[in-house]
Write a protein that binds this ligand. Structure first.
Ligand code: C5P
Length: 235
């Protein structure tokens, strides 16, 4: 896959006009944008999705749904009708809810969020009773057994997942990606773009390093070009 097609830029902003301009500025350098809870809750999910789809780009609809199967069915139908190409649900919603999402996905890919990349090991242990690696693996089994198309996990766990042939056909999307020149922010289980690709990630969600690059990097477009070069350097 082309390096540009592996980068997903999250529109983590509350202003629809700014989101439109961001897609417009980057649409020739990347093919995927993600709309998430901030933009959807501020401007409404159909409008948020339209900001990407009307500019001809692919849409990752990061709704992070976690609800009972009946509600999951309705929510996934709605997201698909807004043009989602990838759609996120929480793996912790369980088999029946994941199956309900899969049944309504149409041509969208259902991705299961496992352990948020903002959780450090100790917090993961206290919430889920296990270390991130083991917990993500357990979630990956649930997702695969329920027919989901992919997994959202940190680059650090991508390698573990790729060690099992059972998950060969699953898409791995990794947030928590930080080039060496960018700040970690609130991401605790982070890795560089090159490390994430080497670990077996298919797509990288990279937000603040692109949307607010350090002055020495330049514009968001310059940041994307640096990341594309880094991905292309991986043999
Ligand atoms: O700015 P940054 O690169 O940290 O943005 C990461 C994006 O990925 C955010 O939109 C966040 O909601 C999303 N995400 C995440 N961790 C997950 C799932 C999604 O950071 N496990």
């Amino acid at each position: 896959m082309n390096a540009r097609d592996r980068i997903i830029v999250p529109l983590d902003m509350s202003d629809g006009e700014r989101a439109w301009l961001t897609v417009n500025a980057l649409r020739d350098c990347v093919s995927w944008f993600k709309v998430g809870l901030e933009l959807m809750n501020m401007v409404g999910a159909p409008r948020a999705a339209g900001l990407v789809k009307r500019q001809g780009r692919n849409l990752m609809y990061d709704g992070k749904f976690a609800d009972i199967p009946n509600t999951m069915t309705g929510a996934v139908k709605a997201a698909v009708s807004h043009g989602a190409d990838m759609l996120t649900i929480h793996a912790s919603a369980g088999w029946e809810s994941i199956c309900a999402a899969v049944a309504e996905r149409g041509s969208a890919k259902i991705l299961g969020v496992t352990v948020l990349t903002s959780l450090a090991e100790t917090e993961c242990l206290s919430i889920f009773g296990d270390m991130p690696d083991r917990k993500v693996l357990q979630f990956a089994h649930i997702l695969s057994d329920s027919g989901a198309d992919g997994i959202v996990c940190s680059p650090q766990e991508a390698q573990t997942i790729r060690g099992f042939s059972k998950f060969n056909s699953m898409i791995i999307v990794t947030p928590g990606v930080r080039p060496a020149w960018a700040a970690a922010n609130d991401q605790k289980r982070a890795a560089t773009p090159a490390e994430a690709i080497r670990a077996g990630a298919d797509y990288l969600v990279i937000g603040r390093p692109i949307l607010k690059p350090p002055p020495e990097i330049g514009s968001p477009k310059n940041a994307v070009e640096r990341i594309v070069e880094e991905i292309e350097s991986v043999k």
